[in-house]
Design a protein around this ligand. Structure first.
Ligand code: C5P
Length: 249
């Protein structure tokens, strides 16, 4: 895989509030990362025009609003996501099988009606900011990785295109859900970074070695003095991991 293919795997988390700041990041990074992730902070402040701005810059969007509601409400929200023309969006697998099934079906139907390529639907398993104690506190007594696998398989059964999961869980999900199942991993930290609120983290090269398709990276780039240098260093590490993987090291 070339340097440019590795670059496409990086999803930059545009976790800012102002459209002008978002625009500065998109212009700076558009030739350096694959996708821009718009989450609840930016979308709540700016609204759908943020998607138009990114698309006008010629880049694709991962709409990360993590839908979790009744099946009917989520299905209608998904139709709106299709209308926005995003490349991928996500929902919580914890919303259950019926919610995910209706989301997938609404997405397919709306995209077909509009004659456009349907966005990829991703199911968030267990947030990477949660550890064993956190999930115990909300009544899930499985180990995080068991809960993640259960939710990933449920997502697959519902027909989602892939999942959002911690890097440590990629190998297990890949083995159980197949090669075509998209795996997006947040919780990426280089060795030098603080973990912030993330608890289940790995470095970008480790995530790649595990078989992640995409990596969401926010603060390690956003808080860097030289964001482009951080990206180039991440890519160099990924390239080494890629070579080691090809040679079976
Ligand atoms: O700044 P950092 O690199 O931790 O960025 C993490 C981003 O990934 C945030 O935008 C967060 O919403 C998102 N995310 C996550 N865990 C998930 C899904 C998405 O941290 N399971």
């Amino acid at each position: 895989m070339s340097f440019e293919d590795l670059r496409k795997k990086i999803i930059f988390a545009l976790d800012v509030s102002e459209i002008e700041e978002a625009k500065r990041w998109v212009r700076l990074l558009k030739d350096h990362v694959g996708l821009f992730k718009v989450g609840s902070q930016l979308f709540t402040h700016v609204g759908p025009s943020i998607i138009d701005m990114i698309k006008q810059e010629g880049r694709d969007v991962f709409l990360d609003l993590k839908y979790h509601d009744t099946p009917y409400t989520v299905a209608n929200a998904c139709k709106e996501a299709v209308k926005l023309g995003v490349a991928m969006y996500d929902l919580h697998a914890l919303g259950g099988l019926a919610m995910m099934r209706q989301a997938v079906s609404a997405t397919d139907t709306k995209a077909r009606e509009m004659g456009i390529v349907k966005p990829k639907v991703l199911a968030v398993t267990i947030l990477t900011s949660m550890d064993k104690q956190d999930i115990l506190d909300i009544g899930i007594s499985h180990a995080p990785e068991d809960a993640v696998l259960k939710l990933a398989l449920l997502g697959k059964q519902a027909g989602v295109d892939g999942v959002v999961a911690a890097p440590q869980e990629v190998k297990m999900i890949r083995e159980n859900c197949g090669q075509d199942f998209i795996i997006v991993t947040p919780g990426i930290r280089t060795i030098k970074d603080q973990k912030d609120d993330q608890k289940r983290t790995l470095t970008p090269d480790e995530a790649l070695r595990m078989g992640a398709d995409f990596m969401v990276i926010g603060r390690p780039i956003r808080h860097a003095k030289d964001p482009l240098k951080v990206i180039e260093n991440i890519l160099k590490d990924m390239e080494v991991a890629q070579c080691q993987k090809s040679y079976g090291a």
